[in-house]
Design a protein around this ligand. Structure first.
Ligand code: PLP
Length: 365
């Protein structure tokens, strides 16, 4: 089928699914990204043919030719979102339309074909339907959905591939923070940057993560949890973490995050936090923040709280900052009041426990 926005998914149930007993054991403490469901989505694309062979099938290794283009030139993008169990036994997702739109934008930047948003969303519904028993029932659990797409053409020439494979896998996850929300310490790398103007910083591609790993290793070496990246040109402005956006809360109730100028990933959690902070009466600003101001405002006490946000951990307080010349704390290293209130409000909306005036929550089952 070519060019259309609708595809029929063929459902091929896994003939040997994990037993209910084994599944229950796996769901007790799944951690993050280690346990997977019984099925996966595959949809193929070829130039001239469009998207075809949409399937939900048994999760299994995918045969790959060693000359598959993605293995050499990293033409790959992904998404991440969660499905939640509701109190009445139903299932919801949070803003899947925003993930679908971002997947199209990422594809464009990486010279890949756009997957129609209808197909993206339908693929999630179909997978959730067959694997619904894998959604944890606990208050903090959810089913993490990982849609991704890569160049599957067997060819070593350097150009956009003409064949792609789109897939979705799903992974039950527990509370990101076992034992309550714990502030993290971030490392400001003197050597590495994440994304330059004109580069791929705004695309959700595996390559950005590959480029961040040496800095992340440096952070761990320095006793920190995560890296916060400065801008690649002047090394003055705060961009974001390796996989989370960053927010600053000041003593005049202003909530600030760096603007989307092409080097920062447009997080859906970031967007939700901007809306929620505004609705809660905070003054909300998207403006550049220098690392020098971050230090000075933390020292003067004007800066009260800093937090990172993204789908996996929702909102994570940043309690400390370390760099080669020193370190400092924010809010005494404790989670801040505004941070925790925004976190609670967002989690309550995602789990159907609070009003959803924006219509962010989408019913799946
Ligand atoms: C995915 C991602 C985020 C967070 O985006 P959400 O849509 O909120 O999950 C932030 N930064 C980077 C680099 C990311 O890849």
């Amino acid at each position: 089928m070519s060019g259309g926005d609708k595809l029929d998914f063929e459902i091929r149930p896994n003939p040997a699914p994990v037993s209910a007993t084994d599944r229950a054991a796996l769901l007790v403490n799944p951690g993050f990204g280690r346990v997977f469901t019984d099925h996966m989505v595959t949809v193929r694309y070829a130039d001239g043919k469009g998207w075809y062979d949409a399937r939900v099938e048994a999760r299994a290794p995918i045969p790959m030719d060693p000359a598959s283009a993605v293995l050499h030139y990293a033409q790959e993008i992904f998404e991440g979102l969660k499905a939640y169990r509701t109190a009445d036994g139903g299932v919801t997702m949070f803003r899947p339309d925003a993930n679908a739109a971002r997947f199209v934008a990422s594809a464009q930047r990486m010279a890949m074909p756009a997957l129609p948003p209808e197909v993206f969303i339908d693929s999630l519904h179909k997978l959730i339907e067959v694997d619904r028993e894998w959604i944890p029932t606990g208050a903090d659990g959810s089913l993490y959905l990982r849609p991704f797409m890569f160049a599957s053409e067997v060819f070593l020439g350097v150009r956009p591939a003409n064949e792609y494979l789109y897939m979705v896998i799903a992974s039950p996850v527990g509370a990101y923070f076992s034992g309550g929300v714990k502030p993290v310490t971030v490392w400001v790398s003197p050597d590495y940057t994440r994304a330059a103007p004109g580069g791929t910083g705004a695309a959700k591609c595996g390559g950005n993560y590959a480029a961040s790993l040496a800095a992340q290793a440096e952070a761990i070496e320095a006793g920190c949890d995560q890296v916060v990246f400065l801008d690649a040109v002047e090394r003055r402005f705060v961009d974001e973490l390796g996989g989370m956006n960053v927010f600053f809360v000041y003593d005049d109730d202003t909530v600030v995050t760096p603007p989307l100028t092409g080097t920062i990933l447009p997080g859906i959690t970031r967007d939700a936090v901007l809306t929620l902070a505004g609705a809660a009466g905070h003054r909300v600003e998207e403006r550049p923040v220098t690392f020098a101001d971050w230090q000075a405002d933390a020292a003067s006490g004007r800066l009260r709280e800093v937090f990172a946000c993204g789908t996996a951990a929702v909102i994570t307080p940043i309690g400390g900052v370390r760099f080669p010349d020193g370190e400092f704390l924010i809010g005494g290293g404790e989670p801040g009041r505004v941070t925790m209130a925004l976190r609670q409000q967002l989690v309550d909306i995602q789990r159907g426990k609070a009003d959803d005036p924006q219509g962010w929550v989408r019913r799946v089952l």
